[in-house]
Design a protein around this ligand. Sequence first.
Ligand SMILES: Nc1ncnc2c1ncn2[C@@H]1O[C@H](COP(=O)(O)OP(=O)(O)OP(=O)(O)O)[C@@H](O)[C@H]1O
Ligand SMILES: [Mg+2]
Length: 319
Amino acid sequence: MNFIEVNQVYKKYGKLEVLKNINLSIKQGSIFGLVGHSGAGKSTLLRTFNGLEGINSGSIKIDGVEVTSLKKESLRKLRKNIGMIFQHFSLMDRKSVYENIILPLECWGEKIDKDRIYNLLELVGLKDRAKHYPSELSGGQKQRVAIARALVMNPKLLLSDEATSALDPLITSSILDLLLEIKEKLGVTIVIVTHEMEVVKKICSEAAFMENGEILKCGSIESLFLEPDKKMREFLGENEILPSSGVNIRIYFPKEVASNPIITKMARELDIDCNIVWGNLESFGGIALGVLVINIQEDIKEKVFSYLSTHGTNWEIVD
Ligand SMILES: Nc1ncnc2c1ncn2[C@@H]1O[C@H](COP(=O)(O)OP(=O)(O)OP(=O)(O)O)[C@@H](O)[C@H]1O
Ligand SMILES: [Mg+2]
């Protein structure tokens, strides 16, 4: 079931078109990534999900509710069900970890169940830090507090805007593990805005690649990686320097094929030579996927094309 349905969303800031014909479906209980360079419109799109940004036209449905038609009171209710985390944590320095976490409950005038707060603290790994102040915490711990605070209202949706961008790779990885755990334990749908492909590769099942207010590509992580277009490839940093003679072929290995020594087998079976120019094997949510660029002589290219096509790889000629 889709938890978020975005249809033909269009938004302008003055003359600047920041969102152009955005269409998206995000499944309930999934982790979805919005990726792209700075200024692409990622944060703006994310903020339309909880009505923090209005739109000029189109439709945004969250859990079946049309956000764009909500009036003040219903919008407040919707926001109650949506948690949000940011790059700079936005904690109150003068309040302890515990006090920061209960802020939304106080703000909504809801009952504070101390045991539940301690369960949340345990979930984010800060049970022994309840009485500490933000200045006594590391960046990763601050983000854990912000995550607990974002979860305190039991949201169905968690929005994350560059939540790991200020953290080093190791801490980023532990925060991403925590988000995965939250998705699994609490069934929360999570939408992550990031410019780091590593983040998407680690925890998202699907993602949209944005540029200049448009979605250039959208789909499962595998399909984004296996069939990237030119812009996506630039974003992934795959701008290889290629030999100028012969034929260069970029081969994508889907998960069933990734671990097969397909190139050596091909060279043996066709009795040909091929040079490996560039290669990369990566893990996507624990699944191994690979990309390999090979260079072959012009006169054997038809044999190679047909071999690759009949052995379960996606491939293309690159210049
Ligand atoms: N309040 C605003 N008024 C006018 N223009 C804005 C406003 N907020 C954002 N913009 C513009 O809209 C475009 C998209 O901005 P947005 O913040 O959504 O991009 P982003 O993809 O999140 O970028 P970043 O990765 O740098 O956070 C940018 O050109 C930005 O300058
Ligand atoms: Mg942004």
